[in-house]
Design a protein around this ligand. Structure first.
Ligand SMILES: Nc1ncnc2c1ncn2[C@@H]1O[C@H](COP(=O)(O)OP(=O)(O)OP(=O)(O)O)[C@@H](O)[C@H]1O
Ligand SMILES: [Mg+2]
Length: 298
């Protein structure tokens, strides 16, 4: 079958027929997009958001992938709310972030759940009625994907799950929910236009996202004795740190450039954003080179 190509934002997309027959009006609450790596989750989630945003009320987008994030720096999840406009990236939209501290959910499952929970709560406070949630491709049991995905489904209780799979690779996650009919599952096949990205491309994407985020960054010195430090003050050079408000949301990310343990001070490279609501620091497990923007595990 010939792919049907349409422009969405500035991208040429293949729109499978099934996508066009979906009942967008019926979608309310949390709408989760699940699938393994490179099946087109983010592309479909963006398409969905565009369709819903046309309704003109209470629609939000949660970019829940701290590795291949489209809307924020890696290591974070991003919630976009506000008046729907033609583009998800438009300045007018309000952006909130939560720090996971890693580019992969492996070894950071609790941080993933916490970040996600903070942003879903923030979406509720912002009056969002329909939230499109784009997830990571971690689905394998051995890597913790089974438990992470099932826990998220039980904890956040989506009204609808879009399951994108080539074969039956999601069934170990979904079968119990299909049988108990607790959540509505809508099955989709990946578009023929999906393409896989290798490790090099994924790294390059992260580098670009980080470089964009830290554009115009300046140095700030913070006295950590006056701030809450989570989980504990183990600052290391190049380490990524989140500067948080009282909701635990990220005001800014910082790259640690210097640590002064005796003075309990830390010097960070931070983008030029207001920090007046700063009450806590959250130390992550990734380092970032402030010149090349290459990330590494600490
Ligand atoms: N419907 C589509 N039309 C055109 N290109 C597509 C379509 N779906 C996916 N692609 C392309 O395939 C690649 C993977 O898509 P996408 O990033 O949406 O997948 P993903 O499942 O979110 O991947 P990840 O596991 O990295 O999160 C991208 O280069 C994207 O542009
Ligand atoms: Mg994706």
């Amino acid at each position: 079958m010939q792919p049907k190509i349409r422009m969405v934002e500035d991208r040429a997309l293949d729109i499978p027929e099934r996508w066009e027959t979906l009942d967008f009006q019926a979608l309310k609450g949390l709408v989760m997009v699940l699938g393994g790596p490179d099946v087109g989750k983010s592309t479909f989630a963006h398409y969905l958001w565009h369709k819903l945003a046309g309704r003109g009320q209470g629609v939000g987008f949660l970019d829940g992938d701290p590795g291949q994030s489209k809307l924020g720096p890696p290591t974070t999840m991003t919630l976009v709310t506000g008046k729907p406009t033609a583009s998800l990236k438009a300045e007018a939209r309000q952006v909130r972030r939560a720090f996971v501290g890693s580019v992969s959910p492996s070894g950071h499952m609790l941080q993933m759940l916490l970040a996600c929970s903070k942003l879903i709560k923030a979406a509720k406070r912002a009056g969002i009625q329909t939230l499109v949630y784009d997830t990571t491709g971690l689905i394998h049991r051995e890597q913790g994907g089974l438990l992470l995905k099932q826990t998220k489904i039980e904890l956040f209780a989506p009204s609808t799950i879009f399951a994108i799979q080539r074969g039956v690779e999601l069934e170990h996650i979904l079968a119990p929910f299909r049988r108990s009919k607790r959540f509505r599952v809508i099955d989709l096949k990946p578009s023929l236009a999906t393409r896989e990205r290798n490790t090099y491309e994924r790294r390059a994407h992260r580098r670009t996202q980080f470089a964009k985020y830290f554009e115009g960054a300046r140095s700030v010195v913070l006295d950590w004795s006056t701030l809450g430090v989570l989980p504990r003050p183990y600052f290391t050079r190049t380490g990524l740190v989140a500067l948080e408000d009282s909701f635990g949301l990220t005001l800014a990310l910082g790259i640690t450039t210097e640590v002064f343990p005796k003075d309990r001070q830390v010097s960070l490279l931070v983008p030029p954003v207001p920090l007046d609501k700063l009450v806590a620091l959250r130390v992550g497990d990734m380092g970032l080179d402030p010149q090349s923007f290459e990330d590494h595990r600490l």
